[in-house]
Design a protein around this ligand. Structure first.
Ligand code: UD2
Ligand code: MN
Length: 383
């Protein structure tokens, strides 16, 4: 009998331990089940967002289709970063549906766009077609316009190109610039200002026309004036306007990647609407090659502004090699003219611009503005 007491105790302890263990096991099993259920819910929710399978049933397609576009439009965007940033609450500017969204407006675009790649390989040997460029840029809308879908750009930028008989160059320009501008998150439109006829070319007058015609099309804040043959070699050279008039093309291959002289303002430059009006726009009276860029530089400094420039390692450009065009011979009056900017800028500029608008055509990759701009006045007789 005395031996049975510890035996009973032992059995009871075992029984109690067994029950406790059983309870623990049940709790763990239950936890696993709950965890599994949560995982399944999350999995299906995410799956539906990516492939939009539920949207057509529940009418919530505005925000859902947006996720899909958002991920595609971001070169470096991973699914993890998409969840981590909370960007999935943003809305696209695309008119996906008639349902009016109640979500927050787009955030401002970042000062330093995250998708930039830096130095670019630029070459002009491969064949280029507009069809190819169009395929490469499905997000560019009629007239060569683009608005970042995931953020609100501070400025609306018109890019203006003086043009005549340079279709070959234009294809390369569009091929390289559209993706660069998209990565830079610029809200932009491209305007090709095409001088009709075969009279002497007038680059600066075409640029004035570009400013005027672009403003008829949309409320632009910033105007970037670019030669058709100049391609930036670094996408950190951001195509928007700055506190001071901007000179972008500071280190060109044709000048050994250096600024040729301190007052050089040729190639690619950018002015805000106010900066442009402050200098009365550009001169209309420089016919033929040369001088007009120096006149613009004079206008800027004479009006108390300074030229701003990017770092020399970033402001690098390639120019497509070319011969001097017909009817754009060097202007022999240019040296005299740039001595007189202080006087001429008041009467010659955006306030005296005259031209005949012949046609505006919105192509998929750019807007073409064809104009007649007249010809240089007859030279005064010598003596
Ligand atoms: C330099 C400047 C340019 C301008 C010019 C003098 C550089 C890289 N650029 O260019 O900004 O100051 O000297 O006027 O230094 N164009 C046509 N068809 C023509 C003629 C000209 O489309 O028949 C346009 C085109 O956009 C071209 C631009 O005008 O890129 C400048 O003409 P250019 O390329 O013949 O002159 P370039 O390279 O010496
Ligand atoms: Mn050129």
């Amino acid at each position: 009998m005395p031996d049975t007491v510890p035996w009973i105790c032992l059995e009871m302890t075992r029984l109690m331990l067994g029950r406790t263990l059983e309870r623990i096991c049940k709790a763990v099993l239950l936890l696993c089940l709950v965890h599994f259920l949560i995982m399944m819910i999350l999995y299906f929710d995410v799956y539906s967002q990516r492939f939009d399978i539920f949207s057509r049933f529940n009418g919530r397609n505005f925000s859902r289709t947006h996720h899909y576009y958002y991920n595609l439009s971001r070169p470096n965007g991973t699914f993890a970063s998409y969840l981590a940033t909370g960007d999935h609450f943003l809305h696209s500017a695309r008119p996906e549906t008639n349902i009016t969204p109640t979500a927050k407006p787009l955030p401002p675009c970042p000062e330093v766009p995250p998708g930039l790649v830096g130095r670019l390989l630029i070459e002009f040997s491969s064949a280029m077609t507009l069809e190819r460029v169009q395929k490469e840029n499905p997000n560019v809308t009629e007239g060569g316009k683009y608005t970042p879908p995931d953020c609100r750009a501070k400025q609306k930028v018109a890019i203006i190109i003086p043009f005549r008989h340079r279709d070959h160059h234009l294809k390369y320009w569009l091929h390289y610039l559209h993706p660069i501008l998209r990565r830079q998150k610029i809200d932009y439109g491209i305007y090709i200002i095409n001088q009709l006829g075969e009279d002497t070319f007038n680059r600066a007058k075409l640029l004035n026309i570009g400013y005027t015609e672009a403003l008829k099309d949309a409320e632009y804040d910033c105007f970037i004036f670019s030669d058709v043959d100049l391609i930036p070699m670094d996408d950190r050279n951001l195509y928007h306007c700055y506190d001071q008039p901007r000179h972008f093309a500071i280190a060109m291959d044709k000048f050994g990647f250096r600024l040729p002289y301190a007052g050089y303002f040729g190639g690619v430059s950018g002015l805000s609407r106010n900066q442009f009006l402050k200098i009365n726009g550009f001169p209309n009276e420089y016919w033929g090659w040369g001088g007009e860029d120096d006149d613009i530089y004079n206008r800027i400094t004479l009006n108390g502004m300074k030229v701003s420039r990017p770092d020399v390692r970033i402001g690098r450009y390639r120019m497509i090699k070319h011969e001097r065009d017909k009817h754009n011979e060097p202007n022999p009056q240019r040296f005299n003219k740039i001595q007189n900017t202080k006087v001429t800028m008041k009467r010659d500029g955006i306030n005296s611009l005259q031209y005949r608008l012949v046609q505006v055509t919105k192509y998929p990759l750019y807007t073409n503005v064809s104009v007649e701009i007249g010809k240089p006045p007859p030279r005064p007789p010598r003596g």
